[in-house]
Design a protein around this ligand. Structure first.
Ligand code: SF4
Length: 234
């Protein structure tokens, strides 16, 4: 069921090429079909995963650009910069005081656990647990970092995924249960997980909104809630 669903989404929306990273200071973060990341870009993805908590990507982009313009987007700079100054630089992303604390905790962690070693580490659970120990990093942020910054095969669950899959008819409840649903049924492949998550987000934006637009949804034939909604309207 999950592979046909993926094909359906991919056929409708096309590959999404997440996560956007910066190649030139002038342009800012861009979607990246090339996939291989420099260490600087890996760090940028980690920072973006924290900044995107409870805000839109546009606001995150502004904050990232501000960090780049002020030459502050590096482990060393974020570790040494004053918390208040960092908060001011990332103001556009909202909750900036809390996020500044989280970024400093991330930078502190990475200064002891270099990105290169984390990328090479084969024990996924070990790396995940390390990130989960960082202040302000929960499962969704940790998994976004593992998948999009470090290229580890882990499925990211967010509110959009739960909404869509719940409406389709799945009954999982906890974060881990939702994650297991995908990770047990799909081949363990970071590129697949990366696209799948991005496509679910796209579907949530285009069709499966709070008030869904089921008529044009590519998953309508597979969706319990969508079909009953259509029947009630006819
Ligand atoms: S058919 Fe409607 S409820 Fe079902 S996934 Fe599509 S938009 Fe969401």
């Amino acid at each position: 069921m999950l592979i046909p669903l993926y094909r359906n989404l991919c056929g409708t929306f096309g590959l999404q090429h997440w996560w956007p990273v910066t190649f030139s200071k002038e342009k800012g973060p861009e979607y990246n079909p090339r996939k291989e990341l420099t260490e600087k870009q890996q760090f940028e993805v980690m920072v973006g995963a924290i900044l995107t908590q409870n805000t839109s990507w546009k606001n995150v982009e502004k904050a990232i650009m501000n960090l780049i313009r002020n030459d502050a987007l590096s482990v060393e700079k974020i570790k040494s910069i004053k918390k208040e100054k960092l908060a001011a630089l990332i103001k556009s992303s909202g909750y900036f005081n809390q996020k500044a604390v989280k970024l400093k905790a991330l930078a502190d962690f990475l200064s002891k656990n270099p990105i290169r070693s984390l990328t090479k580490e084969k024990d996924l659970r070990l790396v995940r647990n390390k990130f989960l120990e960082i202040k302000g990093i929960g499962p969704e942020t940790a998994d976004s970092i593992l998948l999009y910054a470090l290229g580890k095969p882990v499925f990211v669950i967010d509110a959009y995924t739960k909404r869509i899959m719940g409406r389709i008819g799945y009954k999982e409840s906890s974060y881990d249960e939702w994650q297991q649903l995908f990770m047990k049924e799909l081949p363990s492949n970071a590129a697949l997980f990366s696209e799948y998550h991005a496509l679910l987000v796209e579907l949530a934006k285009q069709n499966c909104r709070k008030t869904p637009i089921c008529e044009t949804c590519p998953l309508l034939d597979r969706c319990h809630y969508g079909k009953s909604r259509q029947n009630n309207n006819s």
